[in-house]
Design a protein around this ligand. Structure first.
Ligand SMILES: CC(C)(COP(=O)(O)OP(=O)(O)OC[C@H]1O[C@@H](n2cnc3c(N)ncnc32)[C@H](O)[C@@H]1OP(=O)(O)O)[C@@H](O)C(=O)NCCC(=O)NCCS
Length: 128
Protein backbone atom coordinates (compact mmCIF):
# COMPACT_ATOMS: atom_id res chain seq x y z
CA UNK A 1 0.00 0.00 0.00
CA UNK A 2 1.29 3.49 -0.90
CA UNK A 3 2.48 5.64 2.04
CA UNK A 4 0.18 8.44 0.85
CA UNK A 5 -2.90 6.18 1.32
CA UNK A 6 -1.95 4.67 4.64
CA UNK A 7 -3.92 7.02 6.91
CA UNK A 8 -7.04 7.17 4.78
CA UNK A 9 -10.36 6.15 6.39
CA UNK A 10 -11.76 3.41 4.18
CA UNK A 11 -15.03 1.50 3.91
CA UNK A 12 -14.01 -2.14 4.32
CA UNK A 13 -17.32 -3.85 5.08
CA UNK A 14 -20.96 -3.19 4.17
CA UNK A 15 -23.60 -5.76 5.07
CA UNK A 16 -27.34 -6.01 5.79
CA UNK A 17 -28.18 -7.19 9.34
CA UNK A 18 -30.37 -10.28 8.95
CA UNK A 19 -32.94 -11.96 11.26
CA UNK A 20 -30.60 -14.92 11.90
CA UNK A 21 -28.16 -12.49 13.59
CA UNK A 22 -30.58 -11.45 16.37
CA UNK A 23 -30.36 -11.97 20.11
CA UNK A 24 -33.22 -13.13 22.36
CA UNK A 25 -34.64 -9.58 22.45
CA UNK A 26 -34.87 -9.38 18.65
CA UNK A 27 -32.07 -6.85 18.20
CA UNK A 28 -28.86 -7.73 16.41
CA UNK A 29 -26.48 -9.85 18.53
CA UNK A 30 -23.41 -7.94 19.71
CA UNK A 31 -21.11 -10.86 18.88
CA UNK A 32 -22.19 -10.70 15.24
CA UNK A 33 -21.34 -7.00 15.08
CA UNK A 34 -18.01 -7.64 16.78
CA UNK A 35 -17.10 -10.22 14.13
CA UNK A 36 -18.01 -7.81 11.31
CA UNK A 37 -15.80 -5.16 12.91
CA UNK A 38 -12.93 -7.65 13.29
CA UNK A 39 -13.20 -8.52 9.58
CA UNK A 40 -13.38 -4.83 8.64
CA UNK A 41 -10.25 -3.99 10.64
CA UNK A 42 -8.32 -7.03 9.45
CA UNK A 43 -9.03 -6.15 5.81
CA UNK A 44 -7.17 -2.86 6.23
CA UNK A 45 -4.40 -4.51 8.30
CA UNK A 46 -3.87 -7.13 5.55
CA UNK A 47 -3.71 -4.39 2.94
CA UNK A 48 -1.25 -2.21 4.85
CA UNK A 49 0.99 -5.12 5.87
CA UNK A 50 0.74 -6.85 2.47
CA UNK A 51 0.01 -10.26 3.96
CA UNK A 52 -1.62 -12.42 6.59
CA UNK A 53 -2.55 -11.04 10.02
CA UNK A 54 -4.07 -12.37 13.25
CA UNK A 55 -6.18 -10.44 15.72
CA UNK A 56 -4.23 -10.18 18.97
CA UNK A 57 -6.36 -7.72 20.97
CA UNK A 58 -9.66 -5.89 21.14
CA UNK A 59 -8.39 -2.68 22.77
CA UNK A 60 -11.75 -0.98 22.88
CA UNK A 61 -15.30 -1.70 21.76
CA UNK A 62 -18.28 0.53 22.41
CA UNK A 63 -21.83 -0.39 21.41
CA UNK A 64 -23.42 3.05 21.05
CA UNK A 65 -26.89 2.18 19.70
CA UNK A 66 -28.65 -1.08 18.82
CA UNK A 67 -28.39 -2.50 15.32
CA UNK A 68 -31.81 -3.52 13.96
CA UNK A 69 -32.85 -6.17 11.46
CA UNK A 70 -32.64 -4.73 7.95
CA UNK A 71 -30.07 -2.05 8.83
CA UNK A 72 -27.36 -1.47 6.24
CA UNK A 73 -24.22 -1.67 8.38
CA UNK A 74 -21.06 0.08 7.18
CA UNK A 75 -17.65 -0.35 8.82
CA UNK A 76 -15.01 2.33 8.26
CA UNK A 77 -11.42 1.43 9.11
CA UNK A 78 -8.48 3.75 9.74
CA UNK A 79 -4.89 3.17 10.75
CA UNK A 80 -4.16 4.29 14.33
CA UNK A 81 -0.63 3.03 14.87
CA UNK A 82 2.04 0.85 13.28
CA UNK A 83 4.43 -0.96 15.61
CA UNK A 84 7.14 -3.42 14.62
CA UNK A 85 4.95 -6.50 14.00
CA UNK A 86 1.62 -5.06 15.15
CA UNK A 87 -0.85 -2.65 13.65
CA UNK A 88 -3.69 -0.90 15.47
CA UNK A 89 -6.86 -0.06 13.54
CA UNK A 90 -9.80 2.15 14.55
CA UNK A 91 -13.18 1.05 13.23
CA UNK A 92 -16.33 3.19 13.13
CA UNK A 93 -19.68 1.54 12.42
CA UNK A 94 -22.72 3.30 10.97
CA UNK A 95 -26.17 1.82 10.40
CA UNK A 96 -28.67 3.06 7.84
CA UNK A 97 -32.18 2.31 9.11
CA UNK A 98 -33.51 0.80 5.90
CA UNK A 99 -36.86 -0.34 7.34
CA UNK A 100 -37.85 3.07 8.76
CA UNK A 101 -36.34 6.55 8.46
CA UNK A 102 -33.25 5.72 6.35
CA UNK A 103 -31.32 7.84 8.85
CA UNK A 104 -27.65 6.95 9.31
CA UNK A 105 -26.54 6.55 12.91
CA UNK A 106 -23.19 5.75 14.54
CA UNK A 107 -23.79 2.41 16.29
CA UNK A 108 -20.31 1.36 17.41
CA UNK A 109 -16.66 2.40 17.66
CA UNK A 110 -13.72 0.08 18.22
CA UNK A 111 -9.97 -0.32 18.21
CA UNK A 112 -8.35 -3.68 17.34
CA UNK A 113 -4.68 -4.74 17.21
CA UNK A 114 -3.49 -7.19 14.55
CA UNK A 115 -0.13 -8.94 14.26
CA UNK A 116 1.43 -9.50 10.85
CA UNK A 117 2.33 -13.17 10.40
CA UNK A 118 4.81 -14.95 8.13
CA UNK A 119 4.20 -18.27 6.37
CA UNK A 120 5.05 -20.14 9.60
CA UNK A 121 2.51 -18.14 11.61
CA UNK A 122 5.24 -16.16 13.41
CA UNK A 123 5.17 -12.37 13.83
CA UNK A 124 6.88 -10.50 10.96
CA UNK A 125 7.59 -6.77 10.46
CA UNK A 126 4.51 -4.89 9.25
CA UNK A 127 6.54 -2.78 6.83
CA UNK A 128 9.36 -4.57 5.08
C1 LIG B 1 -0.58 -13.22 17.28
C2 LIG B 1 0.49 -14.09 17.93
C3 LIG B 1 1.14 -14.97 16.86
C4 LIG B 1 1.54 -13.13 18.49
O1 LIG B 1 2.54 -13.93 19.07
P1 LIG B 1 3.32 -13.41 20.32
O2 LIG B 1 4.37 -14.38 20.65
O3 LIG B 1 2.34 -12.99 21.36
O4 LIG B 1 4.05 -12.14 19.72
P2 LIG B 1 4.72 -10.94 20.48
O5 LIG B 1 4.67 -11.04 21.96
O6 LIG B 1 6.05 -10.79 19.80
O7 LIG B 1 3.80 -9.68 20.09
C5 LIG B 1 3.65 -9.33 18.72
C6 LIG B 1 3.11 -7.91 18.67
O8 LIG B 1 1.80 -7.90 19.22
C7 LIG B 1 1.71 -6.92 20.25
N1 LIG B 1 0.78 -7.42 21.26
C8 LIG B 1 0.79 -8.61 21.88
N2 LIG B 1 -0.22 -8.69 22.75
C9 LIG B 1 -0.91 -7.52 22.66
C10 LIG B 1 -2.04 -6.98 23.31
N3 LIG B 1 -2.71 -7.67 24.25
N4 LIG B 1 -2.44 -5.76 22.97
C11 LIG B 1 -1.81 -5.02 22.04
N5 LIG B 1 -0.70 -5.49 21.38
C12 LIG B 1 -0.26 -6.71 21.70
C13 LIG B 1 3.13 -6.79 20.78
O9 LIG B 1 3.30 -5.54 21.43
C14 LIG B 1 3.91 -6.90 19.50
O10 LIG B 1 3.84 -5.69 18.79
P3 LIG B 1 5.14 -4.95 18.13
O11 LIG B 1 5.97 -5.99 17.43
O12 LIG B 1 4.56 -3.96 17.17
O13 LIG B 1 5.89 -4.29 19.25
C15 LIG B 1 -0.07 -15.00 19.08
O14 LIG B 1 -0.39 -14.16 20.19
C16 LIG B 1 -1.32 -15.73 18.64
O15 LIG B 1 -1.24 -16.67 17.83
N6 LIG B 1 -2.49 -15.33 19.15
C17 LIG B 1 -3.76 -15.91 18.71
C18 LIG B 1 -4.25 -15.14 17.47
C19 LIG B 1 -5.65 -15.59 17.11
O16 LIG B 1 -5.93 -16.78 17.04
N7 LIG B 1 -6.53 -14.61 16.82
C20 LIG B 1 -7.90 -14.88 16.54
C21 LIG B 1 -8.68 -14.99 17.79
S1 LIG B 1 -10.24 -15.75 17.56
Amino acid sequence: MQDTDIHERVLTCRVVAMPENTNAAGDIFGGWLLSQVDLAGSTLAVKISSGRVATVAVNHFQFIKPVLVGDLVSCWAQLEHIGNTSIRIRIEVDAERMRSSHDKERVAEASFTYVALDAQGKPRPVLS
